[in-house]
Design a protein around this ligand. Structure first.
Ligand SMILES: O=C(O)[C@H](O)[C@@H](O)[C@H](O)[C@H](O)COP(=O)(O)O
Length: 224
């Protein structure tokens, strides 16, 4: 597959504006992908993204999106039981998934065990089963850590070959705390080690959705 690596940066005044722009963007991709492939695989993170997806659970999207064809995965997950308040699955369930009619069988939370390695391998095996024809030899699809600097310490995450095989990626950033990371990445400022987000490339299109706070360290011409 030839990567087109197109990148868009959308800067809007507030988080509310970002939420308002994100909903038609995702709904449009859902419609296009379902018409081309018959289903729409959505890979969620945790964090504030879930709240910023809220407009999709409202009119008109709640009624117009073909939720029955959505498949839900997590790009990163904390290795905790699914009913633990730290679970990214629980965050998404409460803030998004419980509000739209995605079939339960299409939602892929981790199978919890205390070993992050076992959880990562199990998630990888389940993914590989779904996308047999895209198997990457010798490369882990999902990996684990037991010492995350941000608690909880045990986590699993997709690896870059899998992340970067996505056709479309939305980087949704709506707070000041990540303004430096946004500027370093978008302005190609060299840092060691490189920031993980600077390694992210989509096959078709990577779109940054930023509010004014997240864009506050970008050069002034970007912030008009
Ligand atoms: O499990 C986690 O800790 C989250 O999934 C994490 O990866 C999150 O996505 C980022 O920290 C961005 O967080 P914000 O959206 O809150 O900036």
């Amino acid at each position: 597959m030839v990567s087109k690596n197109k990148q868009n940066v959308i800067i809007l005044p507030t988080e509310e504006d970002v939420a308002t722009a994100l909903a038609p963007y995702v709904a449009g991709l859902s419609e296009k992908t379902i018409s081309e492939k018959g289903s729409f695989s959505v890979v969620l993170s945790g964090g504030t993204l879930i709240q910023t997806l809220r407009k999709l659970t409202e009119c008109p999207y709640k009624e117009t999106v073909n939720w029955s064809k959505w498949l839900i995965f997590w790009v990163d997950e904390r290795v905790v039981p699914l009913n633990n308040p730290d679970s990214n699955y629980l965050l998404a369930l409460n803030g998004f998934l419980s509000k739209v009619p995605i079939p339960k069988k299409n939602i892929y939370p981790i199978h919890y065990t205390p070993s992050s390695e076992v959880v990562a391998k199990d998630y990888e095996r389940r993914l590989m089963k779904l996308v047999e024809h895209k198997r990457y030899d010798k490369t882990d699809w999902v990996t684990n850590i037991d010492d995350s600097p941000k608690p909880p310490p045990k986590r699993i995450t997709f690896t870059f070959p899998v992340i970067n095989s996505a056709n479309y990626i939305a980087m949704v950033v709506t707070d000041k705390e990540e303004a430096d990371a946004v500027a370093i990445t978008l302005e190609h400022i060299p840092v060691r080690p490189p920031l993980p987000c600077s390694e992210v490339k989509a096959q078709e299109e990577l779109t940054w959705f930023l509010d004014r706070d997240a864009a506050s360290k970008l050069p002034p011409q970007c912030n008009k």
